[in-house]
Design a protein around this ligand. Structure first.
Ligand SMILES: Cc1ncc(COP(=O)(O)O)c(C=O)c1O
Length: 456
Protein backbone atom coordinates (compact mmCIF):
# COMPACT_ATOMS: atom_id res chain seq x y z
CA UNK A 1 0.00 0.00 0.00
CA UNK A 2 1.25 3.49 -0.85
CA UNK A 3 1.03 5.97 1.99
CA UNK A 4 -1.11 9.08 1.96
CA UNK A 5 -0.36 11.77 -0.62
CA UNK A 6 -0.99 14.61 1.77
CA UNK A 7 2.37 16.04 2.56
CA UNK A 8 3.90 19.13 4.03
CA UNK A 9 5.33 21.11 1.16
CA UNK A 10 8.78 22.61 1.58
CA UNK A 11 8.74 26.35 2.20
CA UNK A 12 10.15 27.38 -1.19
CA UNK A 13 7.30 25.70 -3.06
CA UNK A 14 4.36 26.99 -1.01
CA UNK A 15 3.56 29.65 -3.58
CA UNK A 16 2.52 27.31 -6.31
CA UNK A 17 0.75 25.01 -3.84
CA UNK A 18 -1.40 27.80 -2.43
CA UNK A 19 -2.11 29.14 -5.96
CA UNK A 20 -3.23 25.68 -6.98
CA UNK A 21 -5.50 25.39 -3.93
CA UNK A 22 -7.07 28.76 -4.69
CA UNK A 23 -7.77 27.81 -8.29
CA UNK A 24 -9.40 24.54 -7.16
CA UNK A 25 -11.56 26.42 -4.63
CA UNK A 26 -12.69 28.92 -7.32
CA UNK A 27 -13.58 26.05 -9.58
CA UNK A 28 -15.50 24.19 -6.87
CA UNK A 29 -17.37 27.26 -5.68
CA UNK A 30 -18.15 28.32 -9.20
CA UNK A 31 -17.27 31.97 -8.86
CA UNK A 32 -19.08 33.17 -12.01
CA UNK A 33 -16.84 36.25 -12.28
CA UNK A 34 -13.75 34.08 -12.58
CA UNK A 35 -14.42 32.88 -16.13
CA UNK A 36 -13.87 29.32 -14.97
CA UNK A 37 -16.54 26.82 -15.97
CA UNK A 38 -18.61 25.02 -13.38
CA UNK A 39 -17.47 21.50 -12.60
CA UNK A 40 -20.78 19.89 -13.54
CA UNK A 41 -22.34 17.11 -15.61
CA UNK A 42 -21.23 18.84 -18.82
CA UNK A 43 -17.70 19.51 -17.62
CA UNK A 44 -16.80 16.99 -14.90
CA UNK A 45 -13.08 17.17 -15.69
CA UNK A 46 -10.79 20.10 -16.43
CA UNK A 47 -7.10 20.80 -16.65
CA UNK A 48 -5.44 23.72 -14.87
CA UNK A 49 -2.12 25.34 -15.74
CA UNK A 50 -0.26 27.62 -13.33
CA UNK A 51 1.00 30.28 -15.73
CA UNK A 52 3.12 32.01 -13.09
CA UNK A 53 4.95 28.75 -12.42
CA UNK A 54 5.33 28.08 -16.14
CA UNK A 55 6.95 31.53 -16.56
CA UNK A 56 9.13 31.01 -13.48
CA UNK A 57 10.46 27.67 -14.71
CA UNK A 58 11.34 29.11 -18.10
CA UNK A 59 13.14 31.97 -16.37
CA UNK A 60 15.02 29.48 -14.19
CA UNK A 61 16.06 27.60 -17.31
CA UNK A 62 17.37 30.83 -18.81
CA UNK A 63 19.30 31.87 -15.73
CA UNK A 64 20.47 28.30 -15.12
CA UNK A 65 21.93 27.81 -18.57
CA UNK A 66 22.65 30.98 -20.43
CA UNK A 67 26.32 31.60 -20.56
CA UNK A 68 27.11 33.08 -23.92
CA UNK A 69 23.70 34.46 -24.82
CA UNK A 70 23.76 32.06 -27.77
CA UNK A 71 21.58 29.40 -26.17
CA UNK A 72 18.34 28.45 -27.87
CA UNK A 73 15.89 26.95 -25.39
CA UNK A 74 13.58 25.02 -27.70
CA UNK A 75 10.56 23.89 -25.65
CA UNK A 76 9.54 20.33 -26.57
CA UNK A 77 6.21 20.80 -28.34
CA UNK A 78 5.19 17.16 -27.70
CA UNK A 79 4.91 17.89 -23.97
CA UNK A 80 2.03 20.32 -24.54
CA UNK A 81 1.14 21.05 -28.18
CA UNK A 82 -1.25 23.86 -27.24
CA UNK A 83 -1.12 27.09 -29.19
CA UNK A 84 -1.66 29.59 -26.39
CA UNK A 85 1.12 28.00 -24.31
CA UNK A 86 3.50 27.94 -27.26
CA UNK A 87 2.67 31.59 -28.00
CA UNK A 88 3.53 32.39 -24.40
CA UNK A 89 6.92 30.67 -24.75
CA UNK A 90 7.56 32.38 -28.08
CA UNK A 91 6.91 35.77 -26.48
CA UNK A 92 9.46 34.90 -23.76
CA UNK A 93 12.14 34.28 -26.41
CA UNK A 94 12.00 30.46 -26.43
CA UNK A 95 12.46 28.20 -29.43
CA UNK A 96 10.42 25.10 -30.14
CA UNK A 97 11.44 21.48 -30.71
CA UNK A 98 9.03 19.63 -33.02
CA UNK A 99 8.77 16.05 -34.20
CA UNK A 100 6.01 15.91 -36.81
CA UNK A 101 4.45 17.92 -39.61
CA UNK A 102 1.61 18.99 -37.29
CA UNK A 103 3.97 20.17 -34.56
CA UNK A 104 6.09 22.04 -37.12
CA UNK A 105 3.06 23.91 -38.47
CA UNK A 106 1.77 24.61 -34.95
CA UNK A 107 5.15 26.07 -33.98
CA UNK A 108 5.16 28.33 -37.05
CA UNK A 109 1.63 29.60 -36.39
CA UNK A 110 2.43 30.11 -32.70
CA UNK A 111 5.04 32.74 -33.53
CA UNK A 112 8.37 30.91 -33.61
CA UNK A 113 10.58 32.04 -36.47
CA UNK A 114 12.00 29.13 -38.50
CA UNK A 115 15.49 29.72 -37.11
CA UNK A 116 14.14 29.08 -33.59
CA UNK A 117 12.54 25.75 -34.48
CA UNK A 118 14.35 22.39 -34.31
CA UNK A 119 12.90 19.39 -36.15
CA UNK A 120 13.76 16.01 -34.63
CA UNK A 121 11.46 13.27 -35.96
CA UNK A 122 13.10 9.91 -36.74
CA UNK A 123 10.72 9.36 -39.68
CA UNK A 124 10.94 12.60 -41.66
CA UNK A 125 9.45 12.19 -45.11
CA UNK A 126 11.05 13.74 -48.22
CA UNK A 127 8.33 16.41 -48.22
CA UNK A 128 8.99 17.26 -44.56
CA UNK A 129 12.74 17.45 -45.14
CA UNK A 130 12.27 19.73 -48.14
CA UNK A 131 9.92 22.06 -46.27
CA UNK A 132 12.27 22.15 -43.27
CA UNK A 133 15.27 23.01 -45.46
CA UNK A 134 13.38 25.58 -47.51
CA UNK A 135 12.08 27.30 -44.38
CA UNK A 136 15.49 27.37 -42.68
CA UNK A 137 14.27 25.30 -39.70
CA UNK A 138 17.10 23.54 -37.84
CA UNK A 139 17.14 19.78 -37.92
CA UNK A 140 18.86 16.76 -36.50
CA UNK A 141 19.30 13.91 -38.96
CA UNK A 142 18.50 10.51 -37.50
CA UNK A 143 20.13 7.93 -39.78
CA UNK A 144 22.28 7.27 -42.84
CA UNK A 145 19.39 7.06 -45.30
CA UNK A 146 17.99 10.36 -44.07
CA UNK A 147 21.45 11.89 -44.52
CA UNK A 148 21.44 10.71 -48.17
CA UNK A 149 18.04 12.33 -48.69
CA UNK A 150 19.23 15.60 -47.21
CA UNK A 151 22.32 15.53 -49.48
CA UNK A 152 19.99 15.12 -52.44
CA UNK A 153 17.51 17.83 -51.43
CA UNK A 154 20.28 20.30 -50.67
CA UNK A 155 21.94 19.70 -54.02
CA UNK A 156 18.57 20.29 -55.75
CA UNK A 157 17.97 23.46 -53.73
CA UNK A 158 21.40 25.01 -53.83
CA UNK A 159 23.13 26.79 -56.70
CA UNK A 160 26.59 25.34 -57.30
CA UNK A 161 28.88 26.87 -54.72
CA UNK A 162 26.20 28.68 -52.73
CA UNK A 163 23.97 27.34 -49.99
CA UNK A 164 20.32 28.37 -50.24
CA UNK A 165 19.06 26.69 -47.10
CA UNK A 166 19.82 28.53 -43.86
CA UNK A 167 18.94 25.51 -41.70
CA UNK A 168 21.43 24.60 -39.00
CA UNK A 169 21.86 20.85 -39.49
CA UNK A 170 23.30 18.18 -37.23
CA UNK A 171 23.35 14.44 -36.69
CA UNK A 172 21.54 12.88 -33.76
CA UNK A 173 24.01 10.69 -31.86
CA UNK A 174 23.03 7.81 -29.60
CA UNK A 175 25.89 7.55 -27.10
CA UNK A 176 24.72 4.00 -26.24
CA UNK A 177 25.33 4.58 -22.54
CA UNK A 178 22.37 2.36 -21.58
CA UNK A 179 18.76 2.69 -20.44
CA UNK A 180 17.44 4.72 -17.55
CA UNK A 181 14.69 3.53 -15.21
CA UNK A 182 11.92 3.69 -17.80
CA UNK A 183 12.78 1.52 -20.78
CA UNK A 184 10.15 3.08 -23.06
CA UNK A 185 11.67 6.55 -22.60
CA UNK A 186 15.32 5.54 -22.82
CA UNK A 187 16.93 6.59 -26.06
CA UNK A 188 20.56 5.72 -25.26
CA UNK A 189 20.19 1.95 -25.11
CA UNK A 190 22.39 -0.11 -27.46
CA UNK A 191 19.46 -0.83 -29.78
CA UNK A 192 17.44 2.39 -29.44
CA UNK A 193 15.58 3.39 -32.59
CA UNK A 194 17.00 6.92 -32.39
CA UNK A 195 20.12 8.38 -33.92
CA UNK A 196 23.52 7.13 -35.04
CA UNK A 197 24.87 4.59 -32.53
CA UNK A 198 28.26 5.85 -31.40
CA UNK A 199 29.64 2.63 -29.91
CA UNK A 200 28.74 0.22 -32.71
CA UNK A 201 31.81 -1.16 -34.53
CA UNK A 202 33.11 1.35 -37.08
CA UNK A 203 30.40 3.85 -36.28
CA UNK A 204 32.50 6.58 -34.70
CA UNK A 205 34.83 6.74 -37.69
CA UNK A 206 31.86 6.79 -40.10
CA UNK A 207 30.22 9.65 -38.20
CA UNK A 208 33.46 11.65 -38.24
CA UNK A 209 33.83 11.04 -41.99
CA UNK A 210 30.22 12.11 -42.59
CA UNK A 211 31.00 15.46 -40.96
CA UNK A 212 34.31 15.91 -42.75
CA UNK A 213 32.59 15.25 -46.10
CA UNK A 214 29.87 17.82 -45.35
CA UNK A 215 31.19 21.12 -44.01
CA UNK A 216 27.57 22.32 -43.72
CA UNK A 217 26.95 19.92 -40.81
CA UNK A 218 27.54 22.39 -37.99
CA UNK A 219 25.51 20.93 -35.13
CA UNK A 220 25.49 17.70 -33.13
CA UNK A 221 22.59 16.38 -31.07
CA UNK A 222 22.12 14.01 -28.16
CA UNK A 223 19.05 13.20 -26.05
CA UNK A 224 19.56 10.16 -23.84
CA UNK A 225 15.96 9.88 -22.66
CA UNK A 226 13.37 11.43 -20.42
CA UNK A 227 11.99 10.72 -16.93
CA UNK A 228 13.97 8.06 -15.11
CA UNK A 229 17.38 9.35 -16.19
CA UNK A 230 19.86 10.58 -13.57
CA UNK A 231 21.71 13.86 -14.11
CA UNK A 232 24.93 11.87 -14.35
CA UNK A 233 23.56 9.53 -17.00
CA UNK A 234 22.42 12.45 -19.18
CA UNK A 235 25.69 14.30 -18.61
CA UNK A 236 27.68 11.16 -19.56
CA UNK A 237 25.96 11.03 -22.96
CA UNK A 238 26.63 14.73 -23.50
CA UNK A 239 30.30 14.35 -22.58
CA UNK A 240 30.71 11.60 -25.21
CA UNK A 241 29.19 13.84 -27.85
CA UNK A 242 31.29 16.84 -26.83
CA UNK A 243 34.44 14.70 -27.17
CA UNK A 244 33.25 13.63 -30.61
CA UNK A 245 32.58 17.24 -31.64
CA UNK A 246 36.06 18.27 -30.49
CA UNK A 247 37.62 15.46 -32.53
CA UNK A 248 35.65 16.46 -35.63
CA UNK A 249 36.66 20.08 -35.16
CA UNK A 250 40.35 19.14 -34.75
CA UNK A 251 40.25 16.98 -37.88
CA UNK A 252 38.39 19.55 -39.99
CA UNK A 253 40.71 22.34 -38.93
CA UNK A 254 43.74 20.24 -39.90
CA UNK A 255 42.17 19.24 -43.23
CA UNK A 256 40.60 22.49 -44.26
CA UNK A 257 41.75 25.11 -41.84
CA UNK A 258 38.12 25.52 -40.71
CA UNK A 259 38.15 27.28 -37.38
CA UNK A 260 35.32 25.23 -35.89
CA UNK A 261 33.00 23.09 -38.01
CA UNK A 262 30.65 22.15 -35.18
CA UNK A 263 29.59 25.34 -33.51
CA UNK A 264 26.41 24.23 -31.74
CA UNK A 265 25.59 21.32 -29.45
CA UNK A 266 21.96 20.34 -28.95
CA UNK A 267 21.75 18.60 -25.56
CA UNK A 268 18.08 17.57 -25.89
CA UNK A 269 15.74 17.61 -22.90
CA UNK A 270 15.16 14.93 -20.30
CA UNK A 271 15.52 16.65 -16.93
CA UNK A 272 13.47 14.41 -14.61
CA UNK A 273 10.56 15.72 -12.57
CA UNK A 274 9.68 14.97 -8.94
CA UNK A 275 6.29 13.22 -9.10
CA UNK A 276 6.17 12.39 -5.41
CA UNK A 277 5.88 15.84 -3.83
CA UNK A 278 5.61 19.57 -4.42
CA UNK A 279 9.35 20.30 -4.37
CA UNK A 280 10.75 21.29 -7.74
CA UNK A 281 13.88 19.21 -7.86
CA UNK A 282 16.31 18.66 -9.51
CA UNK A 283 16.50 22.20 -10.82
CA UNK A 284 17.95 23.48 -14.07
CA UNK A 285 20.77 24.96 -11.99
CA UNK A 286 21.51 21.48 -10.55
CA UNK A 287 21.77 20.11 -14.10
CA UNK A 288 24.03 22.94 -15.16
CA UNK A 289 26.29 22.24 -12.18
CA UNK A 290 26.52 18.56 -13.08
CA UNK A 291 27.47 19.48 -16.64
CA UNK A 292 30.03 22.06 -15.47
CA UNK A 293 31.63 19.39 -13.32
CA UNK A 294 31.68 16.58 -15.88
CA UNK A 295 32.01 18.33 -19.21
CA UNK A 296 33.00 22.01 -18.87
CA UNK A 297 34.03 22.08 -22.58
CA UNK A 298 30.32 21.97 -23.47
CA UNK A 299 30.08 25.64 -22.61
CA UNK A 300 32.60 26.56 -25.32
CA UNK A 301 29.85 25.82 -27.86
CA UNK A 302 26.55 27.50 -28.65
CA UNK A 303 23.79 25.40 -27.11
CA UNK A 304 20.31 24.18 -27.89
CA UNK A 305 18.14 22.65 -25.15
CA UNK A 306 14.86 20.78 -25.70
CA UNK A 307 13.20 20.51 -22.30
CA UNK A 308 9.52 19.61 -22.01
CA UNK A 309 8.59 17.83 -18.80
CA UNK A 310 10.78 19.90 -16.47
CA UNK A 311 9.23 23.11 -17.85
CA UNK A 312 5.61 22.04 -17.75
CA UNK A 313 4.77 19.03 -15.57
CA UNK A 314 4.71 20.88 -12.25
CA UNK A 315 2.49 23.62 -13.66
CA UNK A 316 -0.40 21.31 -14.58
CA UNK A 317 -3.20 19.77 -12.51
CA UNK A 318 -6.06 17.55 -13.59
CA UNK A 319 -9.21 18.29 -11.59
CA UNK A 320 -12.23 16.00 -11.57
CA UNK A 321 -15.41 15.39 -9.65
CA UNK A 322 -15.97 12.16 -7.77
CA UNK A 323 -19.12 10.75 -9.34
CA UNK A 324 -19.60 7.68 -7.13
CA UNK A 325 -17.87 5.90 -4.28
CA UNK A 326 -18.34 2.17 -3.90
CA UNK A 327 -16.72 -0.76 -2.14
CA UNK A 328 -15.41 -3.96 -3.70
CA UNK A 329 -13.60 -6.53 -1.59
CA UNK A 330 -12.00 -4.43 1.10
CA UNK A 331 -11.33 -1.56 -1.31
CA UNK A 332 -13.01 1.82 -1.61
CA UNK A 333 -13.31 2.83 -5.24
CA UNK A 334 -13.82 6.47 -6.13
CA UNK A 335 -15.18 6.63 -9.68
CA UNK A 336 -14.12 9.91 -11.31
CA UNK A 337 -14.02 11.37 -14.84
CA UNK A 338 -10.23 11.36 -15.14
CA UNK A 339 -8.87 8.15 -16.59
CA UNK A 340 -7.11 6.77 -19.58
CA UNK A 341 -8.31 9.57 -21.89
CA UNK A 342 -6.13 12.11 -20.07
CA UNK A 343 -3.64 9.88 -18.22
CA UNK A 344 -2.89 7.23 -20.80
CA UNK A 345 0.62 6.45 -19.60
CA UNK A 346 -0.49 6.11 -15.98
CA UNK A 347 -3.39 3.80 -16.87
CA UNK A 348 -1.26 1.50 -19.01
CA UNK A 349 2.06 1.69 -17.13
CA UNK A 350 1.12 2.62 -13.55
CA UNK A 351 4.46 1.60 -12.04
CA UNK A 352 6.40 3.88 -14.39
CA UNK A 353 3.97 6.80 -14.11
CA UNK A 354 2.57 7.01 -10.55
CA UNK A 355 0.61 10.20 -9.86
CA UNK A 356 -0.27 11.91 -6.59
CA UNK A 357 -3.91 12.21 -5.63
CA UNK A 358 -4.98 15.32 -3.70
CA UNK A 359 -8.49 15.10 -2.20
CA UNK A 360 -10.77 18.14 -1.77
CA UNK A 361 -14.35 18.44 -0.55
CA UNK A 362 -17.14 19.69 -2.77
CA UNK A 363 -16.36 23.31 -1.75
CA UNK A 364 -12.76 22.91 -2.85
CA UNK A 365 -11.27 22.70 0.67
CA UNK A 366 -8.33 20.26 1.03
CA UNK A 367 -9.44 17.12 2.88
CA UNK A 368 -6.67 16.78 5.38
CA UNK A 369 -8.25 15.08 8.37
CA UNK A 370 -10.71 12.43 9.35
CA UNK A 371 -10.80 8.70 8.86
CA UNK A 372 -8.86 7.35 5.96
CA UNK A 373 -8.92 4.16 3.93
CA UNK A 374 -7.26 2.54 0.95
CA UNK A 375 -8.83 3.83 -2.27
CA UNK A 376 -8.57 3.11 -5.94
CA UNK A 377 -9.14 6.23 -8.03
CA UNK A 378 -10.94 5.04 -11.14
CA UNK A 379 -11.61 6.72 -14.47
CA UNK A 380 -14.72 6.53 -16.64
CA UNK A 381 -13.46 4.18 -19.37
CA UNK A 382 -14.61 0.62 -19.91
CA UNK A 383 -11.60 -1.40 -18.93
CA UNK A 384 -10.43 -2.55 -15.54
CA UNK A 385 -7.02 -0.92 -15.74
CA UNK A 386 -8.54 2.55 -16.07
CA UNK A 387 -7.20 3.69 -12.69
CA UNK A 388 -5.24 6.80 -11.74
CA UNK A 389 -4.15 5.27 -8.46
CA UNK A 390 -4.44 1.91 -6.71
CA UNK A 391 -4.58 1.08 -3.05
CA UNK A 392 -3.91 4.68 -2.04
CA UNK A 393 -4.44 5.69 1.61
CA UNK A 394 -6.68 8.78 1.51
CA UNK A 395 -9.26 10.49 3.72
CA UNK A 396 -12.62 8.88 3.05
CA UNK A 397 -13.92 10.17 -0.27
CA UNK A 398 -17.57 10.65 -1.09
CA UNK A 399 -19.49 11.52 -4.23
CA UNK A 400 -19.32 15.23 -5.03
CA UNK A 401 -15.77 15.53 -3.65
CA UNK A 402 -13.02 16.74 -5.93
CA UNK A 403 -9.84 14.92 -6.80
CA UNK A 404 -6.85 16.90 -8.06
CA UNK A 405 -3.91 15.25 -9.79
CA UNK A 406 -0.81 17.47 -9.81
CA UNK A 407 2.34 17.16 -11.97
CA UNK A 408 0.24 16.64 -15.09
CA UNK A 409 1.22 19.68 -17.17
CA UNK A 410 3.43 17.69 -19.57
CA UNK A 411 2.44 14.65 -21.66
CA UNK A 412 -1.02 14.38 -20.06
CA UNK A 413 -3.05 17.04 -21.88
CA UNK A 414 -1.05 16.20 -25.04
CA UNK A 415 -1.77 12.47 -24.99
CA UNK A 416 -5.53 12.51 -25.45
CA UNK A 417 -6.89 9.00 -26.02
CA UNK A 418 -10.37 9.01 -27.48
CA UNK A 419 -11.45 5.55 -26.28
CA UNK A 420 -15.19 5.38 -25.47
CA UNK A 421 -15.44 8.69 -27.38
CA UNK A 422 -14.38 10.53 -24.25
CA UNK A 423 -13.85 14.18 -25.17
CA UNK A 424 -10.61 16.11 -25.03
CA UNK A 425 -10.15 17.89 -21.68
CA UNK A 426 -10.68 21.67 -21.50
CA UNK A 427 -7.76 23.58 -19.96
CA UNK A 428 -7.71 26.85 -18.02
CA UNK A 429 -4.73 28.86 -16.90
CA UNK A 430 -4.43 30.85 -13.66
CA UNK A 431 -2.08 33.63 -12.64
CA UNK A 432 -1.74 36.46 -10.14
CA UNK A 433 -0.96 36.58 -6.43
CA UNK A 434 -3.49 38.76 -4.67
CA UNK A 435 -6.26 38.47 -7.18
CA UNK A 436 -6.11 35.25 -9.14
CA UNK A 437 -7.16 35.53 -12.80
CA UNK A 438 -8.18 32.76 -15.18
CA UNK A 439 -7.92 32.33 -18.94
CA UNK A 440 -9.02 29.61 -21.27
CA UNK A 441 -6.00 27.74 -22.64
CA UNK A 442 -7.77 25.14 -24.74
CA UNK A 443 -11.47 24.49 -25.34
CA UNK A 444 -12.82 21.10 -24.41
CA UNK A 445 -14.37 18.98 -27.14
CA UNK A 446 -18.12 19.22 -27.56
CA UNK A 447 -20.23 16.12 -28.17
CA UNK A 448 -20.82 17.36 -31.74
CA UNK A 449 -17.07 17.55 -32.33
CA UNK A 450 -16.59 14.07 -30.93
CA UNK A 451 -19.35 12.83 -33.25
CA UNK A 452 -17.80 14.60 -36.24
CA UNK A 453 -14.46 12.93 -35.53
CA UNK A 454 -16.13 9.53 -35.36
CA UNK A 455 -18.14 10.12 -38.53
CA UNK A 456 -15.62 11.62 -40.93
C1 LIG B 1 14.52 14.47 -29.09
C2 LIG B 1 13.79 14.86 -27.85
N1 LIG B 1 14.03 16.07 -27.33
C3 LIG B 1 13.39 16.50 -26.23
C4 LIG B 1 12.44 15.71 -25.59
C5 LIG B 1 11.75 16.24 -24.37
O1 LIG B 1 12.06 15.49 -23.24
P1 LIG B 1 11.59 15.96 -21.80
O2 LIG B 1 10.15 16.31 -21.89
O3 LIG B 1 11.83 14.79 -20.92
O4 LIG B 1 12.42 17.13 -21.41
C6 LIG B 1 12.16 14.43 -26.10
C7 LIG B 1 11.17 13.59 -25.44
O5 LIG B 1 10.71 12.58 -25.90
C8 LIG B 1 12.84 14.00 -27.27
O6 LIG B 1 12.60 12.81 -27.80
Amino acid sequence: MVSTDIETAPAQSLNHVSSRNRAIASLAQHDTRSGLPELNDEVPLIGLIDLDLLDRLFLELNTGFDVSGMTLHAVACKAAPIKSLLQRYASMGAGCEVASKGELELALTSGFSPARIVFDSPAKTRAELKRTLELGVSMNIDNVEELDRVDQILSDLDDPGSRKSTSVIGLRINPQTGSGEIEALSTASRTSKFGFGLADPGSRAAIIQAYLDRPWLSQIHVHSGSQGLTLRHAADGISQVVALAQEINDRSSRQRGTVKQITRIDIGGGLAVNFSGDAITPSFADYRQELEALVPELFNFDLVTEFGRALLAKAGTIVTRVEYVKTAGDRKIAVTHAGVQVATRTAYAPDDWPLRILPFDSEGRPKLQGDSAAHDIAGPACFAGDLLARDRMLPLLKSGDIVAVPETGAYYFSNHFSYNLLPRTPIYGYFGDDEQCYVQIRRGQTTDEVLAEASA
